[in-house]
Every structure is written in C-alpha cells, then in structure tokens.
Write a protein that binds this ligand. Structure first.
Ligand SMILES: [Zn+2]
Length: 446
C-alpha cells in the first residue's frame, strides 16, 4: 500500500498516516456555517479536503474511507441574517446548505460520507456538556455552561500558545458568568425569539466548538484519524475542540491538518476592497468549475494561495490541451499518486501530468477531480470550430432556396447531428450548439 505522509499541525511534523483501524481511514472536516454563499476562500478548504478524500479512496478503496463534513446550522450569524431578511431560520439554513452543495459539486467536490447538521445532534451535545460538568472541567452559571480552560493542562498545545499569552493578547471576553476570562461557552441561553432547546441549564443553544466535537465523536467514535479545516480555525475553534474532547476522556484526531488562506491578486479578499467573490459569482461569469479547481490545486494547501486572472487563463489553456489528449483510464501513474501521498502535493501532481497523455492522463485527471470520463462541454464547444460549419450551412441554405436542391443542407445537418451537435435554423440564422456527446473528431472530414 502507498504510504501517505501528512503534515500534522499538532506535532508540526510530517507524519506517516497510520490508521487506527488498519485499512480504514476516518476524517472529520469543519464544514460551513450556513447563512451565505461560499466565497472562494471557503471553497479552497472544500477542494483541498476533497482532494485528500480522493487520494484516500484511491489508496484504501472507496468503501474504506469515512469522511464527515458538518453543516453548522445553529449560530448567531444565522439568527442575525434571518432576522435581517425577515425569514424563517430553517428556510435560510436549508437553502444555504443546498447552495453549498451545488457550488462545491460544480468544483468536482464529492459528497462526504456523512453530512450531519448540528441541530440533529443537540441531545449528544447536552450529554457531552453534562459529562464535562460532572468531571469538573466545566460549570453552569446563569443559564450558561462554560469550559474551565485552566483545568485542562494541555490547553494551547495544538495552536502553540500559552494561556497567559492569550490573556495578554486580550481578545477574550470578560463576562459576569465566567470564572475566568479564558473560559469558553458550551451552552448559552436563548431568548424566546431565537432557536433554543431544553437543557439542565434552561432553554438555550450550544456554543460552536461543542457542536463539532459532539458530531465527530457520535459518528466516528472516540478517536479518529484526521481532523481538518482552514488555518483560521486552529485557534480558538480547534484548540477548544481538543480541550473539551480530551478532558472528557475521549481521545481525538491523530492528525490535524489546516489549509492556508486565499488572497486575490496579492490582496486579502474583503468586501471593502471590492475583490470579494463567491464561487457562484465565478461560475456565473463563465469560469468552469474545473478551472477553479485547477487553480486551487496548483498551490500546495499549506501555503497561502493567490487567485489571479493570469492563473485562471493558464489553467483553462492547460485543461483544454489535456482534455484533447486524454482518454478514459483507471491506472493512475505512480508519480501522480506519489506526489499526492507526499503531504498532498497537488502542485507537483499537476506538474507530473504535463508528461502524460492518453489513458494515463485520463486516470490522473479523474483522481484530481478534474473529469468524470468525458470532456466537459466548455472544453469542446470551442465556438470558433463550429462557427465555420454554421457559416457553411447558412450559405448552403441560401443556395438551396434558389436551386430547390436541399441535399447539401441535409447532408451537413445530419453529419452535425451525428457528431452530437444540435442544429437550430431560423430566419435569423444558423445556431450550432454542442451537446454533451459532442465529438469534434466526427467533423474532421466534413
Ligand atoms: Zn468545527
């Protein structure tokens, strides 16, 4: 079996992946909080961990990889957005979760094995918190439940910070119901007009950190192999996840992975700079999903990535070339697998692909999530190719109107139809639309 090595954020070293249960791999990745469209920074995380999922399936077999990615559908940002728009929270979260699936699927992202929603696991969260309180790692006060950070000696180990530094950094919230400003919320009370569930501490809702831990343990068990997410989640979200899980006596993930952030044309993406865009914006402007994915994978996940127009153009050119040279295949060349197994070096994997063609290239494109056995429509429907045929057909029709001999027109039409092109003729002119089965090779001798 191919040895997969991954950079573990916890040890800050490259480690060999050694599954807890030999031959099977389990992975949890923090998913979106569903109140808005995914921007391309969110999409980077989705693509990176999809690529890891694809590598794991390739190496261990599809049935041997369990991948959980959650939807956070209870959160104050959601409540605020719903109030702002005068909508029902459930409608907002259902719609946004579907958008997330539509948009990431367009980038070749496979559906994870499980996609739990936080609101389906409230009972497990309550039990988790009760257990922490019983073990004295947490306490209840004024309708809240809080994790007692100083009771957990290893707090700060994952992100490499000390509790005292964090206090000095002072982005901690001081509140009357906290014993210590560092303590974080496990449960908080809900006013009547926002979502709430009954609990031993009154009607309320969970804090964000407990959601992921409860879902991960409920589905994957006490310990699992990989926990992933964006680098922005390392602190406090993942630090808090580790603290509450390990304090409760569960183990947790053996390997933690974090993808770095995304910039646009060398600048941080922000609404005020006008360089903020969603995956849907890009897709609607005509950028194919495969091109977006290619650009994302051209930078190693552990480095900040810069989205540029130049990269987009280059990616489209390369993909057109590859699609023209590829044939369906299953045997992924070793060099490509080796690059991916080397801490998911997608940059190197793409570099190796420049040396390939035929079935090897097709198999490599598949494992990279860049094609599903046939060339995507955008890559074949090169308008220039068909416009010459449209002009010929137009001229032939004009002549036929004079001579009443339509045999040339009919021959051209049936040849185009055979090649998978839809022929639309009207008074306004001839329109040729390549269908999903368009095969340009069939037009070569026409
Ligand atoms: Zn999470």
């Amino acid at each position: 079996m191919v040895e997969i090595r991954l950079k573990n954020s916890k040890s800050r070293r490259i480690e060999v992946l050694q599954p807890i249960e030999p031959g099977k791999v389990s992975m949890y990745v923090c998913g979106p909080t569903v109140y808005d469209r995914a921007h391309i920074g969110n999409a980077r995380s989705a693509v990176v961990f999809d690529q890891l999922f694809r590598l794991l399936r390739h190496v261990y077999g599809e049935g041997n990889v369990t991948f959980v990615r959650n939807f956070t559908d209870v959160d104050d940002k959601i409540n605020a957005r719903a109030a702002e728009e005068g909508r029902k929270i459930a409608d907002l979260t259902a719609e946004t979760a579907q958008w997330y699936l539509d948009d990431t699927r367009a980038l070749g992202v496979l559906d994870p094995t499980h996609m739990p929603r936080a609101t389906e696991y409230i009972e497990q969260m309550v039990a988790f918190i009760e257990d922490l309180i019983e073990k004295d790692f947490a306490y209840a006060r004024d309708g809240h439940a809080l994790f007692r950070v100083r009771s957990f000696d290893d707090y700060g180990k994952l992100s490499g910070r000390s509790v005292d530094d964090m206090i000095a950094g002072a982005r901690v919230e001081v509140a009357p119901y906290k014993e210590d400003p560092m303590d974080f919320v496990l449960w908080k009370p809900s006013a009547d007009d926002i979502p709430g569930w009954d609990s031993p501490w009154g009607r309320g809702r969970p804090g964000w950190h407990i959601e992921c831990s409860a879902m991960a343990h409920s589905i994957l068990g006490e310990t699992f192999d990989i926990h992933g997410g964006g680098a922005d989640l390392l602190f406090p979200h993942h630090e808090n996840e580790v603290a509450q899980s390990c304090a409760a006596g569960h183990g947790f993930a053996n390997i933690w992975m974090h993808n770095e952030m995304l910039q646009v044309e060398g600048k941080k993406m922000s609404k005020s700079l006008g360089n903020f865009f969603t995956v849907r914006d890009l897709l609607d402007s005509g950028v194919p999903g495969e091109v977006i994915r290619f650009v994302m994978l051209s930078t190693h996940y552990g480095k900040p990535m810069d989205w540029t127009e130049k990269k987009r153009v280059e990616a489209e050119k390369t993909l057109r070339k590859w699609y023209a040279a590829a044939e369906p295949g299953d045997a992924v060349p070793e060099a490509v697998v080796a690059a991916l197994a080397d801490d998911l070096n997608t940059h190197q994997a793409l570099a190796e692909m420049h040396k390939l063609d035929g079935a090897e290239l097709g198999a490599a494109l598949s494992v990279m999530g860049l094609w599903e056995g046939q060339v995507p429509e955008w890559a074949v429907s090169d308008g220039a190719d068909l416009s010459a045929f449209a002009a010929r057909l137009g001229t032939a029709r004009e002549e036929a109107m004079q001579t009443k001999d339509f045999s040339t027109v009919d021959a051209l039409k049936s040849a185009l139809t055979d090649a998978g092109v839809e022929v639309r003729m009207s008074k306004a002119g001839v329109d040729l639309v390549p269908g999903p089965n368009f095969d340009p090779a069939k037009l070569e001798n026409l």
